[in-house]
Structure formats: C-alpha cells, structure tokens
Design a protein around this ligand. Structure first.
Ligand code: PBG
Length: 326
C-alpha cells in the first residue's frame, strides 16, 4: 500500500495539524432571554441551562460571557401578555423592555455586540411574525414592513449593533436598510435570517417567549423544508437588498443549505443552532444516552465544516467554558 489515510490519524498532534475546521469563541453568539422584574432568573423547562433573566441578572450573565471571551449576544424579550396587541405597537415602544435592555447592556458593555430581533411575534396577539388581516387571516406583507421599520429605528436608537430580521416578509432587508440609511444609522448591521424554514425545531423557543401562533402556522412566510435552491434565491435577494451577513436557520438539518449559501455569496454566513436542537441534546444527555459535551463539539464543528462563519447557539457559554478548559 502506498496510501494509508490512517497515518495522519495516528496521534492527537498530527490530528490537530491536519484538522480542517475548528470552533473558536470568536465564532459564537449567545442568544439570551430578558424579562421584566428584579433579581429573577426563571429556568426554561425545555431548554435545561437556559433562563429568562431580569435585566440586573442579564447584565451579570453578560459579564460572565464577556469573561469567557464571548463578544456577541442576541437578545429576545419576554413580552407581558398585556402588551400584546393585534397591531404589535409595543414592538416600537422606545421604552419597551427590549430597548431598555439594549441601552443598559451597551452602557455597561460598550464593546459587546448586541443583536436584536426584528419580527412581530413577541408583540403580536396572534403570535405571528407579521400583521394578520382580521377578516381573511392573511399575513400582510407590506403593512408589516412599516412596523418593522419603526422597530428598527427604536432598536438602532437604543444602540443595537446588529438587526436580525427573522420575519421572512418579502422586501424587508431593503426596507430596513433604507430606513437606517435615511436616519443616520448607516453603521447598523443587518444579519438577515435569509433562509428561515417553517420548522418544528422552534418549539422550546416559543415556550420560552410564550409566542406560539394562536392560529395556523408560519408556512406562508417561513420556507418549506423541502427546498434548498429557494434558500439560495432568498440569500442572494437579501445580499442585493443590503444585508451584511446571511443566516440559515435551523442548523443541523440544513447543513446542505449552509454549504450552498456559502458557495453562492461572498457575505459572511451565519447559522442558528435553534432551541429544539439544543433541547434534544440536553434531554438525551439527562437520560444518560449521549454525552452533551461531545455532541456540542461535534455539532458546532459540523457547522464550521459546512461553511458557517458565525454560529448562534445556546451552547455558546458551555462551548466557551470548554475551550477555556482545554
Ligand atoms: C421569531 C424567532 C423565532 C426564533 C428566533 N426568532 C421563532 C419563530 O420563528 O417561531 C427561533 C429560535 C429558536 O428556536 O431557537 N421570529
């Protein structure tokens, strides 16, 4: 035999030398849930190790993340039922929970990158990402864009570094980019949830925010999981409309989509390792059926191998801790 691929697997030193993909703390964004109140931290049942934090505890958590070398967080507000309306007006309240949290985080940690979500679901009584027509039940695309623009403005004013439109309305990236440009927020980035699939993997997240749609599903705006070429089309559209970073979501079942988007665009590609993916690993680990730490490393490395530059993951903190231990 001339060729023995096992030679470069002989020991850890040579394996490290030939290793093609590696996850570093620089690649990670930690999603965090913020709620009203003082000194409260309520566990999210379906996401062991994840919490809804009141703002004071959230700041403590961010200090811990910062000490671990994490440089970016993505914020999701738990909105009180009494603020949920059919016009989702709380979404653009300059003093709303999300905006107060962003201000507080940026005041205390100016160098921490804060990403905020652009979609109506936490604020919409119907639980949908867009406005719902009362008569037909249809999700109204262009009317929703107006609300998203307002949302973008209050978030940018609060100090958000990256807007994450996760609503999948047509034309939203252009609409947001124009709004930012014409209001002197030209430096605010847009990480577009370009290829966001209608997925059962968001279940635990909707529990965390109590944001599940009250009727119907999200299939008229989120993508059909059968499609990959359509994802590339969405990604290229967002690129043309002025997105800075393109995202694929969920992650593990969509590595082919990550790969294809990476080939199709020169923009950085992000992937969202979503709540259901996290929940499955943690549930199996609690039963003693898998090793959560090893699965985390294998999963996150797979995202890098597929071409992701950035990973949004509930494992960010645990992964950073692991990297420190090594
Ligand atoms: C809201 C939003 C969702 C997630 C991120 N932003 C849920 C949804 O679209 O229903 C899911 C994140 C996760 O499951 O971890 N537009």
């Amino acid at each position: 035999m001339l060729i023995r691929p096992r030679r470069t697997r002989t020991n850890q030193a040579i394996r490290s030398l030939v290793s093609e993909s590696r996850v570093t703390v620089d690649d990670l964004i930690q999603p965090l849930f913020v709620m009203e109140g003082k000194s409260v931290k309520t566990p999210i049942k379906s996401m062991p190790g994840q919490y809804r934090f009141s703002l004071d505890y959230l700041l403590e958590e961010i200090q811990t993340l910062k000490n671990l070398g994490i440089k970016a967080i993505s914020l999701f507000p738990v909105i009180d039922e009494k603020f949920k309306t059919t016009d989702a007006r709380e979404a653009y309240n300059p003093n709303g929970l999300n905006q107060r949290a962003v201000k507080a985080i940026k005041d205390r940690f100016p160098e921490m990158l804060v990403m905020t979500d652009i979609a109506l679901d936490p604020y919409n009584r119907d639980g949908h990402d867009g406005l719902v027509d009362a008569k037909s039940g249809k999700i109204l695309n262009d009317q929703t864009l107006e609300v998203l623009n307002q949302m973008a403005l209050v978030q940018a004013q609060a100090g958000s570094d990256i807007l994450g439109p996760s609503d999948m309305m047509d034309g939203r990236v252009l609409s947001l980019r124009q709004t930012l440009e014409s209001n002197s927020f030209q430096d605010v980035m847009i990480m577009s949830y370009s290829a966001k699939y209608a997925s059962a993997f968001y279940g635990p997240f909707r529990e965390a925010l109590d944001s599940a749609p009250k009727s119907g599903d999200k299939k008229t705006y989120q993508m059909d999981f059968s499609n990959a070429r359509e994802a590339v089309r969405e990604a290229l559209l967002d690129q043309e409309e002025g997105a800075d970073i393109l995202m694929v979501k969920p992650g593990l079942s969509y590595l082919d989509v990550v790969y294809q988007c990476k080939q199709a665009s020169h923009l950085p590609i992000a992937v969202y390792n979503v709540s259901g993916e996290y929940a499955m690993v943690m549930a199996a680990a609690e039963k003693g059926w898998v090793d959560a730490d090893k699965i985390m490393l294998e999963t996150l490395t797979a995202f890098k191998r597929a071409g992701a530059d950035i990973i949004l993951t509930y494992f960010a903190k645990a992964m950073a801790e692991r990297l420190h231990r090594l």
